[in-house]
Design a protein around this ligand. Sequence first.
Ligand code: GYE
Length: 339
Amino acid sequence: MKAPRVSSTIVIAALLISILASCGQAPATTTPDAGASQPAAAANTGTKTYKDMTLCYPQLGAESDWRTANTASIKETAASLGIKQLVFSDAQQKQENQISAIRACIQQGVDVIALPPVVEDGWDAVLTEAKNANIPVIVVDRSVSADPSLYASYIGSDMALEGERAAAEFNKLLPNGGAILELSGTTGSGAAVGRAEGLRNKLNANIKILDSQTGNFTRAEAVPVMQAFLKKYKPGTDFQGVFIHNDDMGIGAIEALKAAGVKPGDLKIVSVDGTRGGFQAMVDGWFQADVECNPLLGPQVFEMALKLMNGQPVDRKVLTNETVYYPDQAKELLPTRTY
Ligand code: GYE
């Protein structure tokens, strides 16, 4: 009687772990290749479990609701899986802070580093240091321009596809052409670079991008940028639409538009993220579409981290499956949005 009881306990525990790992997870597609080139962190020490894991997450900041949800997903997943230690820090959107945090993690000898890089360039040195210390790095959320041999995998969104989806919305919203403004994210960030590129790739030739300025992904910084746009260009006459790289900046922009007497629907506005704030802006008639970007990456990150600790191959790229939300669904979906 004893043996079956032990094995059913193991089965239940394994089931629980896999349920927890998939709970709240962003749906993903994977790109297997070159997985065998990962640094083998846990070569001959037996199979590691979540209880053995120390994971370093040098978060880039707390600039948006997307970011808050991403932080919560990492912290909640770490707690529910019962990992040994999560080394979490907030770099306040400064790359040098992220680099110092990574160096401290290397010093401490963490098992895995999961890095959401604030910008794309400038990671080669610190990624080389991690590689030399045999600590695998998962690049999360935004891309890096460093050589792919310096990190194990990328988990996150296809930012160019998000920009292309926004372009498709403007093509539908402005069938006879026109001009749009772009309120872009942090300069040099994978998210802003990809979205800008995607927009330009797919926007109809009769829709002109009149101007593009950064609001650094924050509400506060988007307000003066929109105000400056409104001083230079007349809404409805000089431009008919605005592409905004995230919902937080969209909310800041709405504040400036309202103050200038612009009414919901006067302009075609497309944003990115699909946060509660974005859904509210659709309910209120300000956004005509919100391109989804899913921040709930915790489960995938820890699952991959465990594989890396055990020297198992991983997919080089895990892209989140995403959609576009519209005002007619917003009212119904808003109450169940978790971020
Ligand atoms: O869209 C924005 C956040 O990198 C995908 O960063 C992320 C972006 C997200 O500040 O809200």
